[in-house]
Design a protein. Structure first.
Length: 404
């Protein structure tokens, strides 16, 4: 008897689970009218935009489209009663498709389907794939591609597993940029085979293409031992905010990671941009990449931390900003722009922002097409995060190939 009492208590406390209906409960079974005057108003990569007239039903809720993707998956797209257009998306190939349009009312009654034939343009993955160019670079390869549609793409890089027919993923690049750029690093000097493929967010994928590449040697420069202040270009006098913020702090191997110290190079205040400074590496290198550590903690991605800057180099001390002889002109090595991970407005930041900007440093790559052996370096800061008339940097690190 006691057993049954417990059982009844459990049933009372835990009634049978049943999924609750969300939305208005049906009040009628009247089928709404169909959409009319359906037309295709735009064809784009992977889809089309259609326009239609909604039925004159007082309790109309939305219009939906049902169709299948290239791989057979069913798709359903909905548009509210306040709109009369709909994007039909997710296709890979340019071929005729069939979609079914239905209007749905608040009682979840559905109209008879309206059958529509559409022919979307092929997915942007194919244009991007055809534009993809890979070349050997320092420690790996450089990739460039075009994405005119600015679609969300994934560029997959893999390599064969030695001694088997399998492949292993090396790196993925997620990008909607019109001009895509990526670097695969960490490989030794010598022959390497890489395999490439591009996918979109619906899982559509191109074929694969492969190539043989020869990564170049790179090493981190010994900045603490060799780098020194240099002011050989009379157009770029040495300037700093005060004696507490000398340029030597850029190469003392001390960052502001996880601290609020004053270990940073601070440029003068009230100087119109662009602001320049120079130094001598005392060794000649073909530079491959750099890491810039911002003035950190609450200063990350604001105040005088560089947002847009250029780096120039020259093998000889004859380099000049004002030079009529081409051999004495500073050589552009790269143009760079700092990107805040969170995308938050000025004055707001996340821990990821602080980590990337100050604790771990921002990574930038020199374009191998612009690379030449250099010894003397000129920074040209065009804009800071806080739009200030001064700048500050905690630490710099370079990688490259030494010139014998």
């Amino acid at each position: 008897m006691k057993y049954y009492s417990y059982l009844l208590l459990i049933l009372f406390l835990f009634p049978s689970c049943k999924e609750e209906y969300v939305g208005q409960y049906p009040v009628d079974s009247t089928i709404p009218g169909k959409v009319t005057n359906v037309e295709i108003i735009e064809q784009f990569g992977g889809g089309v935009t259609i326009r239609y007239d909604i039925p004159n039903d007082n309790d109309l809720l939305y219009v939906k489209a049902n169709y299948q993707l290239d791989d057979g998956r069913s798709m359903e797209v909905k548009s509210s009663l306040y709109a009369n257009t709909m994007d039909i998306i997710g296709f890979a190939k340019e071929e005729e498709r069939t979609i079914e349009l239905r209007s749905v009312d608040r009682s979840q009654n559905e109209s008879e389907p309206v059958i529509v034939k559409i022919t979307p343009k092929r997915s942007p993955i194919y244009d991007a794939f055809e534009s993809l160019v890979a070349k050997s670079d320092f420690g790996g390869i450089q990739l460039k591609w075009k994405n005119e549609a600015q679609a969300d793409l994934t560029i997959l890089v893999s390599k064969p597993v030695k001694g088997s027919s399998l492949t292993e993923n090396v790196q993925n690049f997620y990008s909607a940029a019109q001009d895509g750029l990526g670097y695969v690093r960490g490989f030794p000097v010598g022959e390497q085979k890489f395999i490439f493929q591009i996918r979109d967010r619906w899982g559509n994928a191109t074929d694969t293409i492969s190539g043989i590449f020869y990564p170049k040697y790179e090493e981190e420069l010994d900045r603490k031992t060799y780098w020194k202040r240099w002011n050989g270009d009379p157009s770029i006098p040495y300037q700093r905010y005060s004696g507490s913020y000398e340029i030597e702090k850029l190469w003392d191997l001390r960052t502001m990671a996880y601290t609020s110290s004053s270990n940073f190079f601070h440029g003068p205040a009230g100087v119109a941009f662009p602001v320049r400074f120079t130094f001598d590496m005392q060794q000649t290198y073909t530079l491959s990449r750099l890491k810039l550590y911002q003035r950190g903690n609450t200063w990350a991605y604001e105040h005088g931390n560089p947002k847009k800057f250029k780096i120039y180099g020259h093998p000889l001390p004859s380099a000049r900003v004002i030079a009529t002889e081409p051999e004495n002109q500073w050589h552009l090595l790269g143009s760079f722009e700092s990107v805040k991970p969170s995308g938050l407005p000025l004055g707001q930041r996340t821990q990821e922002d602080i980590d990337k900007g100050a604790n771990f440093g921002e990574d930038y790559n020199f374009d191998i097409d612009l690379a030449i052996p250099v010894r003397y370096i000129m920074f040209e800061i065009e804009e800071t995060w806080g739009a200030t008339e001064m700048f500050h940097i905690s630490e710099l690190a370079f990688w490259g190939e030494p010139t014998e």
